[in-house]
Design a protein around this ligand. Structure first.
Ligand code: SF4
Ligand code: SF4
Length: 171
């Protein structure tokens, strides 16, 4: 067992690997200051979308809940009236909840929805401290204005107001 073979050569070989890697493009991303570019079909946070005129796309049909393999969507529906209209159809969702702890982000709810109401977007910073915070209510999911969910995702820590919680619109 020579010192040269057992110690010096392996150390030099290790430094050689490091030296060769220095020529490569750096892949480290300085999160949270920088965000890695996500694939176009990335699916993370859910939103309930609105039409251009502000009406809700959701008609409370529960097809998303039926398609969900994790059984984490709960919908209660009611009839629209001329005095109180929330969606263009006969019905709307009075209550809509997703248990995000159970969600596996498969996107089946998005595929099943006949009106394109429930959509998954790129907001991936969804961590929180309390279990209750992971039950997203209709108020949390519904776009604050039409097209909000289509806007490019701005990281939680890149916002001017750093107190803004996860998911860009989560109250
Ligand atoms: S993404 Fe999949 S698991 Fe999550 S709510 Fe939709 S259907 Fe259910
Ligand atoms: S999100 Fe779509 S599938 Fe789910 S209840 Fe609303 S309209 Fe129906």
């Amino acid at each position: 067992m020579g010192l040269n073979k057992e110690v010096i050569k392996p150390i030099l070989a290790g430094f050689g690997i490091t030296a060769r890697r220095l020529k490569h493009k750096k892949v480290t991303v300085s999160y949270p200051e920088q965000l890695r570019e996500q694939y176009p079909r990335t699916r993370w946070r859910h939103f309930l979308a609105r039409y251009e005129n502000g009406l809700e796309k959701c008609i409370g049909c529960s097809l998303c809940a039926g398609a969900c393999p994790a059984r984490c969507i709960y919908v209660e529906a009611a009839e629209n009236t001329d005095e109180a209209r929330f969606s263009p159809g006969e019905r709307y969702a009075t209550r809509y909840e997703i248990n995000m702890i159970r969600c596996i982000f498969c996107g089946y709810c998005q595929e099943a929805c006949p009106t394109g109401a429930i959509v998954l977007r790129k907001n991936f910073e969804l961590a929180d401290y309390k279990r209750e915070s992971f039950v997203y209510t209709k108020e949390m999911l519904l776009e604050k204005y039409p097209g909000e969910s289509d806007e490019p995702y701005v990281g939680r820590y890149q916002k001017k107001d750093k107190k803004e919680p996860a998911g860009s619109t989560k109250p």
